[in-house]
Design a protein around this ligand. Structure first.
Ligand code: THU
Length: 137
């Protein structure tokens, strides 16, 4: 585990998590990305009264990264309440996949427990991605 950058990512994810809009699940989530430009991009979940219209924290963080002009996820940190590591949902694994490699570290943290340090490839094996469409990364 890369302690210094993970401390920064954890702090960024926790900071943005405080602003989550989660009145339905009461489960605020924060995500922070270290991107290929060296910057950190963070996002929180944004729920909606029409439930399926809500966004996950990872989607918000990716939107911040893309809007800023960065293109690759070097490392991503996710945090939420409880002791269980907050792992990305299936849809977010695919969202991360678009901008990351199989070896990209994914750190999942329930703030009252120990982080799970895993990789995108472990979370989403045999995944479908841009190269299947002949698209350059
Ligand atoms: N959620 C995230 O934002 N990211 C995850 O990795 C897991 C789930 C959100 C979606 C919803 O707003 C709330 O957590 C409960 O599912």
């Amino acid at each position: 585990m890369n302690t210094d950058i993970d401390a920064q990512l954890f702090a960024a994810a926790e900071r943005v998590r405080r602003n989550a809009h989660a009145p339905y699940s009461h489960f605020p989530v924060g995500a922070a990305i270290l991107a290929d430009d060296g910057a950190i991009y963070a996002g929180c979940n944004v729920e909606n009264a029409a439930y399926p219209q809500g966004n996950c924290a990872e989607a918000s963080a990716i939107a911040m990264m893309i809007g800023a002009g960065a293109r690759r996820i070097v490392r991503i940190y996710i945090t939420g309440n409880g002791t269980e590591p907050v792992t990305p949902c299936g849809g977010c694994r695919q969202r991360i996949r678009e901008f990351a490699d199989a070896a990209t570290p994914v750190i999942c943290h329930g703030v009252d427990g120990e982080p799970l340090v895993t990789t995108l490839g472990a979370l989403l094996p045999h995944s479908f991605g841009p190269e299947h469409l002949g698209a350059a990364k």
